[in-house]
Design a protein around this ligand. Sequence first.
Ligand SMILES: Cc1cc2nc3c(=O)[nH]c(=O)nc-3n(C[C@H](O)[C@H](O)[C@H](O)COP(=O)(O)OP(=O)(O)OC[C@H]3O[C@@H](n4cnc5c(N)ncnc54)[C@H](O)[C@@H]3O)c2cc1C
Length: 312
Amino acid sequence: MGVEHSPTHLFADLDVEVHPDHPLGKDTWFGVGGQADMMVRPRQESALTELVRRCHEHEIRLRIFGNGANLLIADEGVDGIVLRLDHPNFKEVRYNLDGGVEAMKAMAGADMARTLNESVRRGLSGLLQMAGIPASIGGAIRMNAGGAFGSIGDSVHSVGCIDPRGALVVYPADELKMGYRETNIPEGVVLWAAFNLEPDDPKLLRERLLEIFQYKKTTQPMADSSAGCAFKNPVDPATGDRVSAGALIDRAGLKEHRIGSASVSRVHGNFLVVDTGGSAGDVIRLMEEVRASVQEAHGIRLHNEVVVWSRS
Ligand SMILES: Cc1cc2nc3c(=O)[nH]c(=O)nc-3n(C[C@H](O)[C@H](O)[C@H](O)COP(=O)(O)OP(=O)(O)OC[C@H]3O[C@@H](n4cnc5c(N)ncnc54)[C@H](O)[C@@H]3O)c2cc1C
């Protein structure tokens, strides 16, 4: 890529904010890790689609940052462009109670917790399974975030994405495969998601929300710096069943195991937590050690749920 195609030059005519050398690690829930060579915040959908198209055309790596709740940024930082959809235009949530099934449409940058609270306040059920899961709508869709109470895919009506060529592609629910912490949505930017929500009693919904939140607070170290579960629950090759990664980690004797600033949580074996001012390198080393110990103890390989970004 020549100087005339350096990212700053490439986006100069677009309605975007450009932040060179942005300290990205501190924006994540881990709160550790290095900088983004360039963070770009579009202000308009047209600027976003053109940005995506130009990155593709000039082979510039584009990564999308949601709420940073499932990301670990390597200490040496990340190259290419990091895209953040936090302008109010990308946080809008619209309700369409008269319109039948498409009851709510949220832009990718909308905050999951706020969206859930507002739907409960309006007496609409369908998103309670997302209680206590920090996310943007786009990040939750990309990960099909969820847990014991269901996943976000359960109530999806359709998802709108910008493909690498800058075109909007809409996926209706029957074309989506929302699996365990994964989807069949191809590479690109999730722009919005529409949900089927059902009218319900706001008081009962609020009580249920608090119940789920309370359950999470007692079973997960919500106040520590983490990205939630570090590993996906693996399939036990002996039985073909999915087993709890946290239980495997505990049974391998790793509870509270520490490497430098990173440790296995005492509350939940699959939460790796890091001290304030710690390093991503410690978390990465701990992940590798946990993976090796579980493999040795149980013959089962753990795969990352946390997405790790490092230089290409
Ligand atoms: C305390 C805590 C508890 C948690 N509990 C749970 C839980 O119970 N269940 C669960 O599933 N997860 C849990 N997590 C993990 C996290 O909440 C989810 O993975 C969530 O979906 C991450 O959303 P995000 O917006 O923060 O995405 P990010 O962390 O910013 O990004 C995650 C991935 O999504 C991609 N992405 C983000 N936005 C977009 C977009 N608009 N278009 C395309 N790709 C995008 C990113 O590029 C990256 O690959 C927890 C995390 C924490 C810190």
